[in-house]
Structure formats: C-alpha cells, structure tokens
Design a protein around this ligand. Structure first.
Ligand SMILES: NC(=O)c1ccc[n+]([C@@H]2O[C@H](COP(=O)([O-])OP(=O)(O)OC[C@H]3O[C@@H](n4cnc5c(N)ncnc54)[C@H](OP(=O)(O)O)[C@@H]3O)[C@@H](O)[C@H]2O)c1
Length: 399
C-alpha cells in the first residue's frame, strides 16, 4: 500500500474512533478554548475593496469564524505565510471565479466578500472541531494551505475543512511550518497529480524547474531530490549558490542571456515545471524528450484572468479553447502540455510532514514579519525576486 493511501486510510479509520481526552487535557482545553467560544470578533488584517497596499486595514473587530459544516475546524493562527497570490488577490485577481465559488447561487450582492482576509498558509492549534471531525482534536498542532475562496490566515483564527488540515511537523516551529503548505501543495498538485511523479518513479528522471529560487521552486527542488530525480534549475545569478545548497544538480543563470541556449545544449528532460510563464512556453517544450510521455506543466495560466475580464461563462470557454489547442499542438509533436493549479490537501501535507521530519525538506524562510508589519510583508512579496517565503508571526505560539 502506498504511503499516501496508508495516510488516507488512517484518516478514514479515525472517523470511527471516539475522541478520548484525559482529565488533564480536558482542563487544559477548557482553559484554552473558553476565549474562542465566547467571542464574536477577533483581530485581523482585512481589505474592504481591491487596490494597492493602502487598502490593507487592521481591525480588532473582524467577524469570528464559525463552523458551518460538521467536518470543519477552527484553528488559532500562530504564523501565516504570504504568497504572490495574496498580492494579486489584494488587487482583485480572481475575484469573478472566487465570488462564484463562495456564493454559487449568486444570492449575495456584489462585494459581499468584504471585509476579505488574505493569507494562504497557516500553522497553529485546533481550537474547536465540528461534530464529524475525529482525525483531529482540540489543541492539536496543525498546518494547512487555505483555499483562496476561504477567509485567510492574516487573523487570529481561521476556519477550514478537516480535509485541508494536517498535523504540523514536530521538527518545525510554527514560523517555519507556515513557510511550506501553499507552495508545497501547489508543487505536489503539479508534480504528483498532474505530472505523475512519485517517490517510486523519480530515480533517473530529468526534471527542469524554470524559476527555482522562489517559494514553489525551493520546495520542488527539495522534494524531487528526496525522490531521487536529477534536477536542473533556472534562476538569477545571485541565487545560484542558494538553489545548489537546496540540492539542484545543475543551475542555469537566466540573467546571463537567452536561457534557452544553454538549456538546449543539455540532455532532454522528462518533466518541466514552469514557475515563470510569459514567453517560456515558446521554447521550453522543445527541451522535452519526444514520444516518451514527457510533460511541460506551467503554473502561470490565464484561467482567472480570463474569467475576471470576460465573465465566468465566456472566460471558461476562452480558457478551454486556449488550453485545448495548446494540448493538441504539442501532442502531435510527442510531448504533453498541461496547466498546474494549487489544490488544498491535508493528505498531501501528511506525506510532506514525513519528509520534513525525516530531514529531507527544510523550510526556506526569507523574512519574518510581526502581525503589525503585514503591509511591509506585502511590499516585500510584491517586489519579487523571492528567495523562499515571507512569514508573519501572529499568535503567541510555542517557538
Ligand atoms: N496556478 C496556481 O495555482 C499557482 C499556485 C502557486 C503559484 N503560482 C504561480 O507560480 C509562480 C511561482 O510562484 P512562487 O510562489 O514560487 O513565486 P515567487 O516566490 O515570487 O518566486 C518566483 C521566482 O522566480 C524567479 N524568476 C523571475 N523571473 C525569472 C526567469 N525569467 N527565469 C527564472 N527565474 C525567474 C524570481 O527570482 P529572481 O527574479 O531574483 O531570479 C523568484 O525567485 C508565480 O507566478 C505564481 O503566481 C500559480
């Protein structure tokens, strides 16, 4: 049985196990949870409209999250991670599709998503469990990547589905743990679900990561190396040492000239993960081994932009036409063209926790900010040229 299946099975088995707490745990939980159960508001950074950094507003009166479904949990946030997606969402990126996901019957007025809380990574402690949640208990230390249609982690508490949550690696502090979930589940979705890679089939596979020095790239390098792949990375010159230290076998500096020239002199690849986009797909697919099942997977897709600009129906049709024609165009040349997307997944984080606690993957925290410095953290992410992740300490978790 693969370890993913084993972890999923053990999650299911927990559904039938009763939750038993010792007297000591129960008294601690009571002490710990009274504050959440009586409260209706909490501190958070919110936006009331889309825009630049000026729209970020700190409030002590954000609505306290409530459990709406029996499989949901409330997590007290000790640390949050910030991603380029948060900067884009602050400006309104994806608003059409995300509004439809939040309100599928379109019953609410436009703008009902406000006040909106951003922040896609969380590490913290479970404060409250829905009635059907058996795999987690109050006070469990957890980490998760929060889907963009949910309220985010730049707040004292956040509500999530138990399927999206996983126990935090014991070897990491909350600040370190918050650097991993969103980029890790994105890389997992792209490389494992879309790319078909696993720890059992990576040996001797040649993988190229375009844009290896940021959040997704630094995680992907480490996971692929732990699985035995040969990893080539593009990044700017001043990140070469950094990605080599993470395990990259071959590094190509994209600032030294057209990067496709040195790359085309190398042996062909089995898989390319594109974190850069733009004109990369004009040349990148020629670097794949033809007629061998090789795949190009890009994380930079026009899907949300299309629905923002054209509306849901036309945007989806445009998206289907674009991706369909590209898939066919490359299929006749013997290579696979795919789009990769973030997918929240507690079971994937369970697998990643094992790799982290075994020392195969380490968090790459570029800079840590306090809760009062959220606008500065956004500025940092917006500048680009990331070397890992930007993390915000929120609660007073054990470090
Ligand atoms: N589809 C999805 O669901 C999904 C999910 C997550 C992320 N994404 C997208 O995936 C991309 C990567 O995300 P991330 O979190 O890793 O971003 P990030 O942390 O900002 O990292 C991007 C990295 O790319 C490097 N870079 C920029 N231009 C480059 C080029 N031409 N060649 C090689 N490297 C280049 C940057 O550093 P230097 O410029 O200093 O080299 C930076 O380190 C972003 O565009 C993000 O929006 C999509």
């Amino acid at each position: 049985m693969s370890s993913v299946r084993h972890l999923v099975t053990s999650r299911l088995l927990h559904l039938s196990k009763p939750c038993v707490h010792t007297a000591k745990q129960s008294s601690l939980m009571r002490l710990f949870s009274t504050s959440s159960r009586c409260r209706t508001v909490m501190p958070a950074w919110v936006i009331d409209k889309y825009g630049t950094n000026d729209v970020l507003r700190f409030t002590r009166n954000a609505s306290f999250p409530v459990i709406n479904y029996p499989n949901e949990v409330i997590v007290k946030v000790f640390a949050a991670g910030l991603n380029p997606l948060d900067v884009s969402m602050r400006g309104g990126y994806g608003a059409a599709t995300l509004s439809m996901k939040r309100d599928p019957l379109n019953l609410k007025q436009s703008g009902s998503e406000f006040p909106l809380i951003l922040g896609r990574d969380v590490s913290g402690v479970i404060m409250e469990c829905g009635l059907d949640v058996k795999y987690f208990r109050e006070r469990d230390e957890v980490w998760a990547a929060i889907p963009p249609w949910r309220q985010g982690s730049l707040a004292e508490f956040v509500v999530l589905s138990a399927n999206e949550v996983s126990h935090k690696p014991k070897s990491l502090s909350h600040t370190e743990a918050a650097a991993i979930p969103y980029v890790a589940t994105t890389a997992w979705s792209a490389l494992v679900n879309t790319g078909g890679l696993s720890k059992d089939n990576c040996a001797n596979k040649r993988v190229l990561i375009l844009g290896g020095s940021g959040g997704v790239g630094t995680f992907a390098i480490q996971m692929l190396k732990a699985w035995g792949a040969h990893v080539t990375v593009t990044c700017s010159q001043n990140a070469e040492r950094f990605v080599s230290d993470l395990g990259a076998d071959h590094v190509v500096d994209y600032t030294a000239g057209p990067v496709e020239e040195p790359l085309s002199a190398l042996e062909r690849f089995d898989l390319i993960l594109d974190n850069v986009g733009g004109d990369t797909e004009r040349w990148a697919l020629t670097l794949l081994k033809p007629w061998c099942g090789a795949k190009y997977i890009t994380l930079v897709t026009p899907f949300l932009q299309n629905t923002d600009q054209l509306g849901i129906a036309d945007g989806m049709m445009q998206t289907a036409a674009t991706v369909g024609s590209k898939v066919l165009k490359h299929l006749v040349k013997g290579v696979h063209y795919r789009w990769g997307f973030f997918a929240p997944s507690g079971p994937a984080l369970d697998e990643i926790r094992v790799m982290v606690d075994a020392g195969h993957i380490r968090p790459v925290v570029e800079e840590i900010f306090s809760f009062s410095q959220v606008p500065q953290a956004f500025e940092k992410v917006e500048k680009g040229h990331a070397r890992g992740k930007t993390v915000i300490q929120i609660g007073k978790g054990p470090e």
